[in-house]
Design a protein around this ligand. Structure first.
Ligand SMILES: CC(C)(COP(=O)(O)OP(=O)(O)OC[C@H]1O[C@@H](n2cnc3c(N)ncnc32)[C@H](O)[C@@H]1OP(=O)(O)O)[C@@H](O)C(=O)NCCC(=O)NCCS
Length: 160
C-alpha cells in the first residue's frame, strides 16, 4: 500500500446507493420464487458501488457475512437494494446492504434480506490502497462504526 497518500474523510451518507430491479421469470428458482443467488449478486453489486463511492477507486469483495433470507421474493416484485458504508479499516470497508421487496401493484414493501459485505479498495496496480476515514453524522452511524471493529475481529481476528 502507498503510505504517502493523504487520508481524507467522508460521511457514510456520501456512499449511499439505491438500486432497484424487477424480478422476472428468468430470476426464479424451481419453486417459482426468486433465486437466492440472484439476490446475493444484486446485493453485492449495490454494496460494491457504495464501497467505490467511498473509496473513489475500484473495490473487490473480500467477505460476505451471513445474508439473511427472511421472506421469499415473488416474481413480478421490485427489489430495492440500499447500501451504505458502515465501518472502514485501512484499505477495507464494510457495507450494510438491506433489501426490500415491493409489490408494484400496491406499493406494499417488506424487508426481505440484509447482509454485511467487506470490500478492499484497489489502486491502479490492483494493490490494496488507503480509504477515507468515516466521519459519522448520526448516533446510529457512530454505533455501527464502533461495533464494526468487533465484527472485524470476529471475521478475521488479529491475523490481518
Ligand atoms: C482483496 C485482496 C486484494 C486483499 O489482499 P491481501 O493480500 O489479503 O491484502 P491485505 O492482507 O493487505 O489485506 C487488505 C485488507 O483486507 C482485509 N481482509 C483480507 N482478508 C479479509 C477477509 N477474509 N475478511 C475481511 N477482511 C479481510 C484486511 O483486514 C485488510 O484490511 P485493512 O487494510 O482495512 O486492515 C485479495 O484477497 C484478493 O484479491 N481477493 C480476491 C478478491 C476478488 O476477486 N473478489 C471477488 C470479485 S470482486
Amino acid at each position: 500500500m502507498n503510505s504517502t497518500k493523504i487520508r481524507l474523510s467522508k460521511q457514510p451518507s456520501e456512499s449511499f446507493v439505491h438500486t432497484a430491479q424487477l424480478m422476472l421469470p428468468e430470476h426464479a428458482n424451481t419453486l417459482g420464487n426468486v433465486h437466492g443467488g440472484v439476490i446475493m449478486k444484486l446485493a453485492d453489486e449495490a454494496g460494491s458501488l457504495a464501497a467505490m463511492r467511498h473509496a473513489g477507486s475500484h473495490a473487490v469483495t473480500v467477505f460476505v457475512e451471513s445474508m439473511t433470507f427472511d421472506k421469499p421474493v415473488q416474481v413480478g416484485f421490485l427489489l430495492h437494494f440500499n447500501a451504505k458504508v458502515t465501518w472502514v479499516g485501512t484499505t477495507s470497508m464494510e457495507v450494510l446492504v438491506k433489501v426490500d421487496s415491493e409489490n408494484p401493484l400496491t406499493g406494499d414493501t417488506v424487508e426481505t434480506n440484509s447482509a454485511f459485505f467487506v470490500y478492499v479498495a484497489l489502486d491502479d496496480y490492483r494493490k490494496p490502497t488507503l480509504v477515507p476515514e468515516l466521519s459519522c453524522e448520526t448516533e446510529v452511524e457512530q454505533e455501527m462504526m464502533d461495533s464494526g471493529e468487533k465484527r472485524r475481529l470476529q471475521r478475521i481476528g488479529d491475523s490481518k
